[in-house]
Design a protein around this ligand. Structure first.
Ligand SMILES: [Zn+2]
Length: 160
């Protein structure tokens, strides 16, 4: 029985659903770093409609991430999640869209910590310091690796 923290950041498709770019997860433990994967796009940029392209261009600027970056094939996400999370008792996430994304892969034992009124501010210093190094030239970014550490930090504070 294990508790996990998962976060995913990336782009959106034409239905405003997450297209994963950076996926990070870790079991809840007292030390260690998340496992992080960078995922190739599921299809060509040209398949996005104009409104979605505009929004994704904003995300590229904000997060310093390119649409065409990544090393893992998109089709491998399901297998990776199944392998890591098969024994997960509860999966902690920080945003309902991440919960929806995990549910689309068959994971429903989720706890959205952002629903907790005691949830700590996004910009707590320990989390700002621990973003991964994939975000080119970006200062106000969404980093899944950092988010996982932030969620873990909050869960552990809450459990004290
Ligand atoms: Zn990152």
């Amino acid at each position: 029985m294990t508790f996990y923290v998962v976060d995913v950041t990336g782009f959106v498709d034409n239905n405003n659903t997450i297209i994963a770019k950076e996926l990070a997860l870790m079991p809840i433990a007292y030390d260690g770093n998340p496992e992080t994967w960078f995922i190739k796009p599921p299809y060509e940029w040209e398949q996005l409609d104009e409104k979605t392209k505009t929004y994704n261009e904003f995300i590229m600027y904000r997060d310093g991430m390119e649409w065409d970056s990544g090393v893992i094939e998109y089709e491998c996400i399901k297998t990776m999640l199944d392998q890591r999370l098969k024994d997960a008792k509860t999966i902690f996430v920080r945003h309902f869209k991440v919960g929806e994304w995990l549910a689309s892969y068959g994971f429903h034992n989720l706890c959205d910590v952002s629903q907790d009124s005691n949830y700590y501010d996004y910009n707590i210093p320990i989390c700002k310091a621990s973003a991964c190094f994939k975000h080119a030239g970006s200062t106000i970014m969404s980093c899944a690796t950092r988010n996982v550490k932030e969620i873990l930090f909050n869960v552990m504070l809450r459990c004290q």
